[in-house]
Design a protein around this ligand. Structure first.
Ligand code: HEM
Length: 210
């Protein structure tokens, strides 16, 4: 089935529901005292992973749309991208409010103690720039520069897994899996990979016709 513009509305309704549900679940966990032994760490981790998972969904949209010839899916990238920013904002707000208790002087101390925060901050600045320029009017005004700026999402996809890997003390399996997944999603975009795919497809076609 080929998705059409008529399906786009329901697709977006589904995206909003899927993206908001985990936040409702988090609130439920906090209210019912089930947010682990250290609720502050729990919330920071939960929202950080939420942002990273949403980023992976965002990176997967174009390859899926191309592979299954579902061009309409491309139109969902903006809303998914905004949810990456929303989750990242919750993550940072949780850190500044619940962990640092808005003690801004502590922030410098924290950055010196945990330099991976700088990597996260750089990713967040890029996400912020992408979000505020995601409106159609701004896109039109920016012309070619818009695409150049929005290609920085690939840099975010490199920075965030590094931020995650660097933040853990011993448990490296989960961040390593995330590095593998994001790297694969970036690698399949490289011209060399696409060239290799075309050769394989042509080989397969000539074999099946001979
Ligand atoms: C100013 C920006 C940021 C700050 C201050 C920050 C802060 C933190 C802190 C304090 C941790 C917890 C480390 C620990 O104690 O275990 C963390 C982990 C994490 N952050 Fe960030 N972060 C920032 C940006 C981001 C962004 C933009 C993303 C994603 C888009 C992100 C995703 C994550 C992930 C996935 C983790 C690992 C969660 C886990 O341990 O399960 N962070 N960050």
């Amino acid at each position: 089935m080929r998705l059409t513009m008529k399906h786009l509305f329901w697709l977006k309704v589904a995206i909003h529901s899927i993206a908001i549900l985990p936040v409702a679940y988090l609130i439920l966990l906090i209210l019912s005292d089930q947010a682990g032994g250290d609720p502050v760490q729990f919330i920071i981790h939960y929202t950080g992973i939420g942002a990273l998972n949403t980023l992976i969904v965002l990176l997967a949209i174009s390859p899926i749309a191309r592979k299954f010839k579902q061009g309409v899916l491309i139109q969902t990238r903006r809303v998914v991208g905004l949810y990456v920013f929303a989750y990242a904002s919750l993550h940072i707000f949780a850190f500044i409010s619940l962990d640092l208790l808005f003690e801004w002087s502590l922030l410098i101390e924290e950055v010196l103690k945990r330099p991976y925060i700088l990597v996260g901050a750089l990713a967040y600045i890029i996400l912020f720039a992408l979000s505020i320029t995601s409106f159609k009017v701004i896109r039109r005004k920016m012309g070619k520069r818009w695409q150049q700026l929005h290609n920085l999402v690939y840099l975010v996809a490199i920075l965030v897994p590094i931020h995650f890997y660097w933040s853990v003390k011993s448990e490296v399996i989960e961040p390593s899996i995330y590095i593998l997944v994001t790297s694969s999603l970036l690698l399949i975009r490289l011209p060399l990979y696409k060239f290799y795919q075309t050769i394989l497809a042509n080989k397969f076609k000539s074999k099946s016709t001979s």
